[in-house]
Design a protein around this ligand. Structure first.
Ligand code: SAH
Length: 261
């Protein structure tokens, strides 16, 4: 039996995030670092705050510094987006199956991409397009960081699952779309940011076209050749002078596929 951290004594020291993300708190480093053991989520409706703050603390340790991103990661209950049998692993830095051969991204990757996407912005950024809704977790995180989130999924089963998962959160700025994200979503363009949760050989031209000048695209791209080849995170900035691309660390995402199913 694992011991619960002292509650609410430890959490009393939590600080309100300065960014204004709704209801989100970020624990200061010193107090959370001493929490002896992480309580395991027991199912929906549990008080998962402490275990989530522990995850946020680890994200800080991995170098995530954007207060708004940390607040959003602390606010969205990841355990509500995974199947009941996986709830115990919901706050580990691991991707987990969400059905139809797809996965929810690791918290470390979600926060890294969100931080890159925000690029040091002070408040919320404008409209964001997410390719690959999956279970809807990242869309929920993004909803606290952007004014509007358009999220496209090509698998009907996951599009429906995301809608179910997000219902209780009542996020009026999240727009779930069923379709082929390779074409982007022109009706919401131009986007302040585009973020892809699936990796393709190249960035579709539609994404670059639908990105606002001054906007940023963050996506995994295939860097090698052949089956199962390597991917890296790409940051593409659309500037008045043209497109600037930067290839960052290796990542591992499900493949970007065309068409719907
Ligand atoms: N952001 C998701 C991660 C889901 S995994 C989450 O938080 O759970 C990536 C998703 O991208 C998968 O659900 C996959 O079906 C979807 N995908 C792959 N190619 C796509 C495309 N062309 N358009 C839309 N979605 C796509």
């Amino acid at each position: 039996m694992k011991q619960r951290p002292a509650f609410p004594a430890k959490l009393d020291t939590a600080v309100r995030a300065r960014t204004g993300a709704q209801g989100a708190t970020v624990a200061p480093s010193a107090s959370m670092a001493r929490v002896p053991a992480v309580p395991q989520p027991q199912g929906l409706g549990m008080d998962s705050t402490a275990v989530r703050m522990n995850m946020v603390q680890k994200l800080r340790g991995q170098g995530i510094t954007d207060a708004a991103v940390l607040a959003a990661m602390g606010a969205i209950e990841r355990h509500r987006f995974v199947d009941s049998g996986l709830v115990n692993q919901a706050y580990e830095d691991t991707s987990l199956p969400i059905g139809l051969g797809q996965t929810i991204s690791k918290p470390g990757v979600v926060s890294r991409m969100a931080e890159l996407m925000r690029n040091g912005a002070s408040g919320k950024i404008g409209r964001v397009l997410e390719i690959g809704t999956g279970c809807g977790y990242q869309a929920a995180v993004l909803s606290l960081l952007a004014t509007e989130v358009y999220s496209i999924e090509r698998l009907r089963g996951l599009h429906d699952k995301a809608r179910d998962n997000l219902r209780h959160l009542r996020l009026p700025n999240v727009h779930l779309l069923f379709g082929d994200g390779m074409e982007g979503y022109a009706k919401g363009a131009p986007y302040a940011a585009i973020i892809a949760a699936a990796g393709g050989e190249a960035v579709p031209q539609a994404w670059v076209e639908q990105l606002a000048v001054g906007g940023r695209l963050v996506a995994p791209v295939v860097t090698g050749t052949g089956k199962g080849s390597a991917q890296a995170l790409l940051v593409l900035d659309k500037t008045p002078q043209g497109v600037r691309q930067t290839l960052l660390e290796p990542v591992h995402f499900v493949p970007l596929k065309s068409g719907v199913a």
